[in-house]
Design a protein around this ligand. Structure first.
Ligand code: PAF
Length: 278
């Protein structure tokens, strides 16, 4: 199994493979790997001759330092998980100074409104940080395809909107037995909090089941009350938005596709989830 820490070394190694026209698949991650990541990596291994996984906790996408400090990190365990999945995986695990050579700065973007609500509204500058790191990593790895989870649906839409020349593949959200979306942050939850947190998915499903039966206002207010009725949970946002624009709406048009999006603090841990409604 190959692990690179320097961009010059991985670039040189991949350039040789590219010379033999091997297709390169890439899964960028922030580590604390779980079965959700592994499902993206399995898809990548299936579709490509060469699979690269990056592990880098990107400082510029955190809008507060304590969230960055508390983000779960366990490189040794991540490497073990990847090694058990396939020894063919190439790992790229750079230090921040290797990526952000000078200052940890983000680029400026016009995401055409995709970043105005939900995560973009509540996490200042988050998507600038995500877009900057994804562009930097894609420039280093130069893959044919890159894989991202639909759990971060807004992130996926924003990455798709970048002009990258890379085939961006979205992969379905993986859930635990109670429906809780798999996330690196779940490590921070007790067993009891995880059970409570599964009510996020239950309420998204409630909205889905009643999507054409009740007004959007009613659905949102019932689900909001349900979620907030648990002492451990505090809803940050719950929105219904059309998939392509990601602007919350109360007006449903039959030809368009909608999703429900939620962010909830469960025992102080911020979790997000979304599901397709039609
Ligand atoms: O989804 C993530 O884990 C991160 O936002 C990403 C895409 C790896 C960029 O740091």
């Amino acid at each position: 199994m190959k692990i690179f820490f320097k961009k010059s070394e991985i670039t040189e190694y991949l350039d040789e493979l590219k010379a033999s026209s091997a297709s390169i698949g890439f899964v960028p991650t922030m580590g604390a790997l779980h079965s959700g990541h592994l499902s993206l990596i399995k898809q990548c291994l299936k579709n490509n001759k060469v699979s690269v996984v990056s592990i880098f906790v990107n400082p510029t996408q955190f809008n507060n330092t304590s969230d960055l400090i508390n983000y779960p990190k366990d490189l040794k365990k991540d490497i073990e998980l990847l090694e058990n999945l396939s020894k063919k995986i190439i790992i790229f695990s750079p230090e921040a100074k290797e990526i952000y050579t000078d200052k940890e700065l983000t680029n400026k973007y016009d995401f055409n409104g995709l970043d105005k609500f939900m995560e973009g509204k509540f996490r200042n500058n988050h998507f600038e940080g995500v877009a900057t790191i994804v562009e930097l990593l894609l420039k280093i790895i130069k893959p044919n395809s890159a894989y991202f989870g639909e759990k971060d649906f807004q992130q996926l839409a924003i990455i798709r909107s970048l002009k990258t020349n890379v085939n961006i593949v979205g992969c379905p959200t993986l859930r635990d037995i109670n429906g809780l979306a798999l996330s690196s942050r779940n490590i921070k939850l007790s067993v009891k909090s995880k059970t409570v947190a599964s009510n996020i998915f239950k309420n998204l499903n409630f909205i889905k089941s009643n999507f054409h039966k009740s007004s959007i206002e009613n659905l949102i207010s019932t689900a909001t009350n349900n979620i907030n009725s648990f002492d451990q949970m505090n809803l940050e946002y719950l929105e219904i938005a059309e998939e392509n624009k990601l602007v919350p709406t109360n007006v449903i048009k039959s030809e368009k596709k909608y999703r429900a999006f939620a962010s909830v603090f469960v025992d102080g841990i911020r979790l997000i989830d979304n599901i397709a409604l039609n």
